[in-house]
Design a protein around this ligand. Structure first.
Ligand code: UDP
Ligand code: UDP
Length: 481
């Protein structure tokens, strides 16, 4: 690393590399914004093309929100990967693999060329560890990941290396028993483990098993969580109980909405129509339903979903996704799927949209009284930020582990008997209506949500834990310049 003379201003330069999907991009850009706000120069390396339109729109908004003297953007061109050679049918996981395989060709040159000022640190997505470790070791600068899920999930991911070391050559489907016992963490039942990890030779399994043992090679982990939300897991991670010798885990959450994320009103986004409709509803009366950026509601589930909402007794705002990738979601209308009669009732009792919405704006609206979500961690933290009671309906991946966090905190309910929304039996409309009623009428849930909102605001406020960690980190990097 070159050193500065005393007369030169010391600027810390941090590079960020996200991976596919809004659940990965949002925390990346929100973390980058924290460093920009504290005077760092940021280089955003963007894998091109993106899977979804939502991602490319957000990257454009982010890049046009900061001067080029502070924010530098570099494209990372991806190689062609034959999808039949990759063991996944999930377009986002295929993209993770494509990015992983592309890194060795272009990234070393990109990173070495970032010289004004020289790079102080590199922060990249959790899904890119194995291909990046040899590159960053060679280039000799501190590298970190940002983790997109709860600290409880990170404990599980990190502890996998310990379990696999004790069971050499054995697959997780065999060495994971009825419950996963991790020191300092409430046990994780096998039924909450991401299903694809228990599927031998899935891409999910191979990436997890390859990456978990390499965590010790990082300089640290940034995570969208905070002390009051996950005291147990954060303590167990940082006092070496989960994995001895693990690098520090920095809880910089809650990662809060940023100015650049605001979706400008346009007929396409529907934003002003939604807000106008919400403005007309009494405070706390509307159920907001959104299952994230890449969770489709299954065809066999959608009618019961509609029936549950129509009969729950509350007004609702339902963001419907019929396809995994948003670019394909324009091909079909909801009327075609639900039929005219059900659609008429949906429109009488609430509002259904098939467009990208500004979730933070909606959650912050006073008429929203509860949030039905799929257990996506970004969304859950956003619900907590706005103090809204949550009904968490885990669909896949880490979403049961995230739902456990919400349930343990008393800010949400999680109907465990519903199983995996993407895999198990259809949940009946009456069941959905009953659970919504429980969420909307439960006073203790509301009080807890309010308390956690206050803790969240404190953590993200001036002098809060997030600012303290970011400033300390910047000072540490400055010492190396
Ligand atoms: N989101 C949004 N509008 C939408 C759908 C999703 O703003 O119409 C945002 C949401 O606020 C969250 C992210 O997309 O920040 C989804 O991430 P999450 O971890 O909740 O779930 P995922 O989509 O990754 O499963
Ligand atoms: N994950 C991980 N390593 C990876 C990719 C994902 O630990 O290489 C974790 C991620 O943090 C999350 C879970 O796996 O807890 C599910 O990831 P996915 O990308 O499916 O989440 P989504 O995009 O739906 O939010």
């Amino acid at each position: 690393m070159t050193s500065c003379t005393n007369s030169e201003p010391v600027t810390v330069h941090v590079a960020f590399l996200p991976s596919a999907g809004m659940g990965h991009l949002n925390p990346c850009l929100r973390t980058a914004e924290q460093f920009l706000r504290h005077g760092c120069k940021v280089t955003l390396i963007t894998p091109k093309p993106t899977v979804s339109l939502a991602e490319s729109n957000l990257i454009n908004r982010f890049c046009s929100s900061f001067p080029s003297s502070q924010l530098n953007q570099v494209d990372l061109n991806l190689i062609d990967v034959d999808p039949t050679q990759v063991n996944t049918n999930d377009p986002f996981w295929l993209h993770f693999e494509t990015i992983r395989q592309s890194l060795q060709y272009h990234l070393p040159t990109i990173l070495s060329s970032l010289s004004s000022p020289p790079l102080s640190a590199f922060i990249y997505d959790v899904s890119l560890i194995s291909p990046l470790v040899p590159i960053t070791e060679k280039l000799c600068f501190p590298s970190y990941i940002y983790f997109i899920a709860p600290a409880r999930m990170f404990s599980f991911f990190a502890h996998l290396s310990v379990l696999s070391e004790k069971n050499p050559g054995v697959k997780p489907s065999s060495f994971i028993g009825g419950v996963v016992e991790i020191p300092g963490i409430a046990p994780i039942p096998r039924s909450s483990v991401p299903p694809l990890l228990l599927e031998p030779n899935s891409l999910f399994e191979s990436i997890f098993m390859e990456d978990s043992p390499k965590l010790k090679k990082l300089s640290g982990i940034f995570i969208n969580s905070f002390e009051e939300l996950e005291p147990e897991a954060l303590a167990a991670l940082n006092n070496g109980r989960v994995v001895p010798g693990l690098p520090p885990v920095y809880p910089i959450g809650p990662l809060v909405p940023c100015e650049f994320e605001k979706v400008r009103s346009s007929p396409k986004t529907n934003s002003s129509t939604i807000l106008k409709w919400l403005d007309g509803q009494p405070a706390g009366s509307v159920v907001y339903v959104c299952l994230g950026n890449r969770t489709q509601t299954r065809r066999e589930q959608i009618k019961d979903m509609a029936q549950g909402l129509i009969s729950c007794g509350y007004k609702f705002l339902w963001v419907v996704k019929l396809k995994i990738v948003d670019r394909e979601d324009q091909e079909e209308e909801l009327d075609d799927v639900l039929g005219n009669e059900v659609m008429k009732q949906v429109n009488e009792k609430g509002m259904a949209v098939k467009t990208w919405v500004d979730q933070m704006e909606i959650l912050g609206h006073p008429s929203v009284g509860g949030f039905v979500n799929h257990g996506g961690w970004n969304s859950l933290v956003e619900g907590v930020w706005h103090g809204k009671p949550i009904l968490s309906w885990a669909h896949d991946g880490d979403q049961k582990i995230a739902s456990e966090v919400v349930k343990m905190n008393g800010v949400g309910i999680w109907p465990q008997v519903w199983g995996w929304g993407a895999r198990d039996d259809v949940v009946k409309g009456e069941e959905i209506a009953r659970a919504i009623n429980e969420m909307m009428s439960n006073e203790s849930l509301r009080n807890k949500a309010r308390e956690m909102k206050e803790a969240a605001r404190k953590a993200a406020g001036v002098g809060g834990s997030c600012e303290v960690i970011i400033k300390r980190q910047i000072e540490e990097w400055k010492k190396r310049i």
